[in-house]
Design a binder for this molecule. Structure first.
Ligand code: UDP
Length: 239
């Protein structure tokens, strides 16, 4: 496959066309943003960790019968994915209260939810990704009820698989964001799974091992990304 012109540059990734219309060529960058682009910075070698970690987690999900866009990893920063028609929603899955949910419900971070919470956000930077519900998504034509149902079922399956694997690495999967798209009408998991998009806490010490270290200026950001990847690699490779 040949890498052709860049189609889109996002906050953390560049997407390139290829000579095969069924695929995209993705390059992971070290750029980091938070608070809807208000905070900008660089996390050294984040692109390498996120590329490798996403490839590893998507492969694991695929082996467990979750349809994803992942095709193959090419090198440190690049991978090939299926071209999806993205559904303009972010699905946040939560197991433990943190971040915006702590504010919304007035509960301390760390409160264990009795069952997973699913939230939908409309992907729109100008609007700051507002929270929406399924009837908004259907009525606006962003997704059909059937597609929303598939997304919810897949998100819960992903949650079971990831929670277990992460736990074996001594990590709690607090919350994370998923994005879905369509490939020939089938709903597939797209985007990435990395410390940029998940909250990971050390099970024992509750130390934050994710992008909150960047958001909240906690230091040791690079080290946390490497730590999570190294621990998960050990578990996934022996799963
Ligand atoms: N998240 C993300 N991209 C976004 C918003 C949220 O990857 O645009 C992830 C975030 O890293 C966290 C989870 O989704 O793991 C829930 O985020 P929350 O709603 O608490 O918002 P935040 O505190 O990140 O503003």
């Amino acid at each position: 496959m040949k890498k052709l012109s860049m189609l889109y540059e996002g906050k953390a990734k560049k997407i390139f066309d290829t000579d095969d219309k069924s695929y995209f060529w993705v390059e992971y960058k070290d750029d980091a943003t938070a608070f809807n682009g208000l905070k900008k910075g660089t996390i050294l070698n984040k692109g390498i960790i996120n590329n490798k970690m996403s490839a590893m987690m998507f492969t694991y999900l695929q082996q467990n019968n979750v349809d994803t866009h992942f095709v193959e990893i090419l090198n440190d920063r690049e991978q090939i994915v299926k071209r999806l028609k993205m559904i303009p929603l972010e699905i946040v899955v939560r197991n433990i209260v943190a971040g915006s949910l702590a504010k919304r419900v007035g509960e301390d971070e760390g409160y264990k939810l009795t069952s997973p919470v699913l939230e939908f956000y409309f992907k729109n930077d100008d609007l700051g990704d507002p929270m929406v519900n399924e009837t908004h998504a259907q009525a606006m034509g962003w997704a059909t009820m059937e597609q929303l149902e598939s997304m919810k079922q897949m998100a819960l399956k992903v949650n079971e698989l990831l929670t277990q694997v992460v736990a074996k690495a001594g990590i709690q999967l607090v919350d994370y964001k998923l994005e879905f798209g369509l490939s020939e009408g089938t709903v597939m998991l797209g985007d990435e799974i990395s410390p940029d998009t998940c909250r990971f806490w050390d099970t024992e010490t509750k130390e934050k091992l994710d992008k909150d270290r960047f958001r909240r200026d906690l230091g040791k950001v690079e080290e946390a990304y490497v730590e999570v990847y190294t621990r998960l690699k050990e578990v996934v490779e022996n799963a």
